[in-house]
Structure formats: structure tokens, C-alpha cells
Design a protein. Sequence first.
Length: 156
Amino acid sequence: MRENIWLYRAKSVDNGEWVEGYYTKTKYDRHFIIEKDCYCAGYNNDTLYGVVEVEPETVGQDTGLTDKNGKKIWENDIVADICNKIVYRKGIVVWNEIFDIGKNGYEYSNCITGFMVEEECLYEYLISKKLEVIGNKFDNPELLGWKNECRNYKSN
């Protein structure tokens, strides 16, 4: 079963900056993140505070997992299996409900979160202990030009 991971991130429509918090969509098809550190969101003098309108295509959920450097792994991140500055495989983190344990009658013991990378459970990438977030598909589309080849990569 999918963990209770309710944290999301998305890009603000106002300035393109990433914001983290709790995602909501209005009946008017507007998308918002309620900032995670906000104790009181509201509306005052025509100004929203604690709530940021976001670009819906950039909304991604926290997987609840971290890479080898302790960095959170988000849906739509580009992750790579890196050893000695060589990338052995990489891909985009996506959500796939079919692989969520307990959904649709499937029981995949390895797929503990329902998140996938290139048709493999994200967990399979994590077992190598070399998995690193190298960007995301919105800020770093140039990283999507090649897949599953050994390439040199300048790791952080």
C-alpha cells in the first residue's frame, strides 16, 4: 500500500520557483500548493498568503525516499545509477498505480512505493546505493537525450 506521503512540489506561476507543500485543485481548474511551513493560509486585501498558484504540469509527489546523498526523490526527477562518475542507467521517476502494493490485486514485494524509473521499481534503483538525483525533466530536459548507456557524469 502506498505510504501516507502527502507532500508535493511544483513551479510557481508567478516566478517559476519550486514550492513544496500540500497540493489542491479548485473546481475552476486552478492548481495550488499550500506551503508546508505555513500555519495559517488565507486571503487578505486581494492577496493570497501561504498559498501559491502552480503550473499543473510540474506537480510532483514526494516519493518518501532519498538518494545516496540524502536528497529527497520527487516524481519527475531524473535519477541515475552512478559509480566512479560513470552513469550506468538513468530515468525519470514516475508514479504507476498498478505497481503500488495491494492495488489491483498485485503484490510486488520489491515495489514498495509504486514509483517507477524506466519500467523498473524505484526501489530496484535504490538497492545499488549509487542512485543520485541529477535533475528533473522541467529544469534539465537536456539530461533526457540518452538512456541506459555508460557516460561520464560530473557528480556533485
